[in-house]
Structure formats: C-alpha cells, structure tokens
Design a protein around this ligand. Structure first.
Ligand SMILES: [Ca+2]
Ligand SMILES: [Ca+2]
Ligand SMILES: [Ca+2]
Ligand SMILES: [Ca+2]
Length: 307
C-alpha cells in the first residue's frame, strides 16, 4: 500500500515536471513596426486575468481590470485629465535580430500624457543589478536620473535594465548601475533606434535595439511591470489625501513626497499580492529613503526566449 502511494506520488511529480516544461513556452522571433498601429500584434491573449501565454511568438500578460488601486486604497486625482489611465490591461513582448519589442495596453487616460509605464528587467543567471528602481536625487527634478517609483526589488530580481515609457512617445532606459543609456523625448538628443509610439492613447509600442538592451535569445527574463501617472517625466506623487492633481490613499505623515510607491497597478499574480507588495513601505520613512520603500518579490512575469 505504502509503495503504491510512493509510486503514485512519483508519477504525479514526473507528470507535473513534464507539463511545466511544456508550459514554459518559448517566445520566438517576430518583427513589429512601431507605427501607431498595433494590428501587427496578432497573438491571442489568455482568457483568464492575471495569467500569461505565448501566442504567435508573443509573450502576453493579461492583467486584471479595475485593480489600479496601489496598496488597495489609492484613488485618482479629481481633475478628469488625471481621473483614470493607470490600469494595466496587457503587456506583450517579442524580439527579432535587431530589437526587443514591448506593447503596453492600459485604460484610456483622460489626457494623452498621463500614464507612466515602468518596467524592470532581471536577466536570469546574470550577476549584479540594482536592488531598487533608479531613483536619482530627491532634491533635484532631473528625470534622467530616475523615475521616483519608490520601489525596491527582492535580491533574486535585481534589475539589469529599467525602462520608463510615458505619455504617447517618450522613454528612458537605465542600466544595472542606474546610468541613463537611452532617451526618447522627441528631441535631437534622442537615442538612435529607441522607438516609442502610441495607438489611440491606450496602447504604446516600444522597440529597443539589442545593441542597447542585449540579445535575449535563449535567455530567461523576469520582468516587473508597473503603471502610474506622470509629472515632469517622473512618476506623479500619490498623497495621503488626494487633490485635483494628485491621487490619494498613500501616506503623508510629515509631507507628501513620502516613500509610498507611486505605482497604481502591477503585473501581479493576484490583487491580494499586488496590494500587499505595493503597501509594504515603511509609512514613517523619510522622502527618498530606499530602505523604507515597498519591495517587490512576487509581482513579475517570466519570459523564456527561444534560441
Ligand atoms: Ca505596429
Ligand atoms: Ca490592471
Ligand atoms: Ca511616493
Ligand atoms: Ca495588476
């Protein structure tokens, strides 16, 4: 009897292992045009919210609708320009010999510039990386030095690249030391080949040359995806009490630029985990105090690229 039980357990273990290998679908090559039209993303998203699949060589994360509440209590500013737009709906990834491509779908904002989409990339097996999203100096307003996401990551998710995409056509990329390595602001100083453009305000296509972000072929990337609102090319601060121009539901013990994360929504396996992680800041932390930031350990997606 005991032996049958052990054998059965073994069989189930083997079956689970085999099915998990099959489930680890590989993302193959596909070329996307960043052309204000997302019809070239032809993959079919999963039916269940907060799950992912691979379809037509696209990794597709489908996020829950209406979970754009940060720690569970965040709400939008009262001005209708900023009254919505930070609800992540889909995140897609593919690549070819030249670029890595991303697609973000969010709810349509009240004004074209509001969403700030933040991704942190951890490459499996690669040493180093940042333990928090590039932050810069809280006393300066230079957006090239950081996003002000006020988020740390677990050691196993150390960030080798951070990408911020905001408004309808802008973006920054920082490396594993927090140094800015690419920018797109619609200016002469734009980095060649880094493309960002929207389709109807609620979807944004991105192309990043592999000469900047590395060739993902054969690699596994763990990617943290967050969405908040934008202000001066940073994330817009969430207050304890919302105002016309700032969302509420965060902390504000001594002042309003505290350590509450300014992310409303994450690609997270459940809203419980998302709220727990976005609420894990030390409410009495000083502005910019990294040790007091919320920490992400479970809210990320895993992408396996084909060789
Ligand atoms: Ca396109
Ligand atoms: Ca969402
Ligand atoms: Ca904050
Ligand atoms: Ca979510």
């Amino acid at each position: 009897m005991k032996r049958t039980k052990i054998l059965l357990t073994l069989l189930i273990a083997v079956f689970l292992l085999a099915s998990s290998v099959f489930a680890a679908d590989l993302v193959g090559r596909k070329t996307i045009k960043v052309d204000k039209n997302i019809m070239d993303w032809t993959g079919v998203p999963p039916t269940q919210e907060n799950t992912s699949c691979v379809s037509n060589n696209e990794f597709i994360w489908k996020d829950a609708k209406g979970d754009d509440t940060g720690n569970g209590k965040y709400y939008y500013p009262s001005n209708q320009d900023l009254g919505k737009g930070a609800d992540l709906l889909e995140f897609r990834v593919t690549y070819d010999a030249q670029n890595v491509y991303f697609l973000f779908k969010t709810t349509r904002p009240g004004n074209w510039w509001t969403p700030y989409r933040l991704i942190g990339i951890h490459k499996e097996g690669q040493p180093g990386g940042m333990s928090f999203f590039p932050q810069g100096d809280v006393d300066t307003i230079d957006p090239t030095t950081g996003c002000f996401g006020e988020l740390r990551v677990a050691p196993e998710l150390s960030l080798h690249y951070t990408v911020a995409i905001f408004g309808t056509f802008k973006g920054f990329i920082w490396d594993d030391k927090g140094k800015l390595v690419a920018r797109k602001l619609g200016e002469k100083t734009d980095t060649q080949g880094f493309q960002v453009d929207d389709d109807n305000w609620n979807a944004v296509e991105v192309a990043i040359p592999i000469s900047i972000i590395g060739n993902p072929a054969g690699q596994t990337w763990k990617v943290i995806v967050g969405v908040g609102q934008e202000e001066n090319s940073h994330l817009r601060e969430v207050y304890a009490e919302g105002t016309e121009w700032h969302g509420g539901g965060g902390e504000g013990k001594d002042n309003e630029d505290g350590v509450d994360s300014d992310i409303f929504d994450l690609a997270s396996p459940s809203s419980e985990i998302q709220e727990k992680e976005l609420g894990s800041y030390a409410a009495d932390g000083r502005p910019g105090e990294i040790a007091s930031f919320a920490q992400i350990s479970q809210s990320y997606v895993t992408i396996n690229f084909a060789k």
